[in-house]
Design a protein around this ligand. Structure first.
Ligand code: GDP
Ligand code: IMO
Ligand code: MG
Length: 427
């Protein structure tokens, strides 16, 4: 059975959670490979809304084992609260496995994230303030604390103490913060979190490989998205991990030869939260309409998302960066009322047309969109479940995007509900 990756192709919130939920129906395991509780993945099942931050989106199915891979950074109290909320609503989380190698987002990471952002002032990134950047920085500096450490109290105390030497200095001298008492913090976490975490921590690499060896279908779920990637995104306005599909291999511990299907998830338009360039951004009433109809407010931070027209330049670049084999388009229904729909087919940078993202940030900042215009369909799509029920203009829009992206569109979503989608087959 093929291993699949689901990856966001824009700046996040494309509807990854809901697409993963669709694909997970035919999978036995869903593995998150990067990010942390900066993610917010929404699923709507039988009118009930679930907002997941850390637990993979397959958790709602009894036949799926959710796995948090080594590439994820985990805030343990957020994870336990998420488990409690789900179990309270009747979702069994006992199958969850959290990699022993996953790093912890510690309380000092969150404080540092907030203080760094405040210090940057107008140059801030607009992070989710969840401590994600400082946690990944510690991981790279070899000052991180891993899940396996919390299972061994002496090791945990020593790791926390080592991590806090320079951080306390920074907190006190640069930020005027009181800092953290390493022993007190370690003891509190050992007492309050370790006993419950113990049951979930395990050898995620082994478990994933056993499923692959049994020829089961395993789905790897990305958080954030291609243009928030720390290498390939709009740096420095990015997250601190690698959401691109290649990182599924690193963040879950499998070789790149296992992946056969790489699904690029894209909204029928574009949104972004936080700062950074956005070539097709709308600052008019159409932008407001997309916010209203698309309910474009952050799943867990509540921030209003910036909105813009579909950007084929980003999509093409995303095909290259991820090796996409197919596309899932979400939120097509949000465009239902528009008379005319624009699609950015290229960027103009000082008179030169670009079909792919400009290599240099300064060129991206200068880029202006080259638009194609298509007629809107002005019909409600929310009940459409078969391709032949799509109004011809809606199908023409999908086919136009497919042609511009150069990869087949296999799934189109027309509402947030689990059943509100249609599949497209090869034509
Ligand atoms: P993710 O982070 O990529 O999983 O996306 P989010 O959950 O943060 O944001 C996507 C939002 O759009 C959620 O509120 C979903 O319920 C909603 N959504 C997903 N697909 C569709 C769709 O096809 N139509 C509409 N109207 N809403 C959708
Ligand atoms: P999902 O998985 C949208 C953005 C933040 C900020 C930048 C860095 O739901 O798509 P960070 O806290 O990661 O250091 O913030 O990345 N960001 C997201 N935007 N969706 C997300 O996750 C995001 N996770 C981080 O807004 O611009
Ligand atoms: Mg989200």
């Amino acid at each position: 059975m093929p291993a699949s990756i689901a990856v966001g192709t824009q700046w996040g919130d494309e509807g990854k959670g809901r697409v993963v939920d669709v694909v997970a129906k035919e999978s036995t395991m869903v593995v998150r490979y990067q990010g942390g509780h900066n993610a917010g993945h929404t699923l709507v099942v039988d009118g009930e809304r679930f907002a997941l931050q850390l637990i993979p989106s397959g958790v709602l199915y009894d036949h799926v084992t959710p796995v948090i891979g080594n590439g994820v950074v985990v805030e343990p109290s957020v994870l336990l609260a998420e488990i409690d909320t789900l179990e309270h609503r009747g979702v069994d989380c006992s199958r969850l496995v959290v990699s022993s190698h996953a790093h912890l987002v510690m309380p000092y990471h969150q404080v540092l994230d907030e203080l760094n952002e405040a210090r940057l002032g107008d140059a801030k990134i607009g992070t989710t303030m969840r401590g994600i950047g400082p946690a990944y920085a510690d991981r790279a500096s070899r000052l991180g604390v891993r899940m396996e450490h919390i299972l061994e109290p002496d090791v945990f105390r020593a790791r926390v103490a080592a991590a806090l030497i320079d951080k306390n200095h920074l907190l006190r001298e640069v930020h005027g913060h009181a800092g953290f008492d390493p022993e007190k913090l370690a003891d509190e976490m050992l007492e309050q979190l370790a006993p419950r975490l113990r049951e979930y921590i395990g050898d995620s690499v082994g478990i994933v490989h056993e499923a692959l060896d049994r020829d089961e279908r395993v789905l790897f779920e990305g958080a954030q998205a291609t243009f928030l990637d720390v290498d390939h995104g709009t740096y420095p306005y990015v997250t601190s991990s690698n959401p691109v599909a290649g990182f599924a291999s690193v963040g879950a511990g499998v070789g790149p030869n296992v992946f056969e299907q790489i699904i690029g998830i894209t909204k029928a338009y574009v949104t972004r939260v936080g700062m950074g360039p956005f070539v097709c951004e709308l600052h008019d009433e159409i932008g407001d309409l997309l916010v209203d109809r698309g309910k474009e407010f952050g799943t867990n931070t509540g921030r209003r998302r910036r909105t813009g027209w579909f950007d084929a330049v980003m999509a093409r670049q995303s095909v290259r960066l991820n090796g996409l084999t197919e596309i899932a388009i979400t939120k097509l229904d949000v465009l239902d009322t528009l008379e005319t729909i624009r699609v950015c087919v290229g960027y103009n940078v000082e008179g030169i047309e670009h079909r792919y993202m400009p290599d240099r940030f300064s060129d991206l900042e200068k880029a202006t969109p080259i638009y194609a215009e298509l007629p809107g369909w002005r019909e409600e799509l929310s009940g459409v479940t078969e391709v032949d029920q799509l109004p011809p203009r809606a199908l023409a829009y999908v086919k136009f995007l497919e042609n511009e992206i150069g990869v087949p569109v296999r799934l189109v979503c027309v509402g947030p509900g689990r059943e509100q989608y249609l599949r497209l087959t090869a034509s």
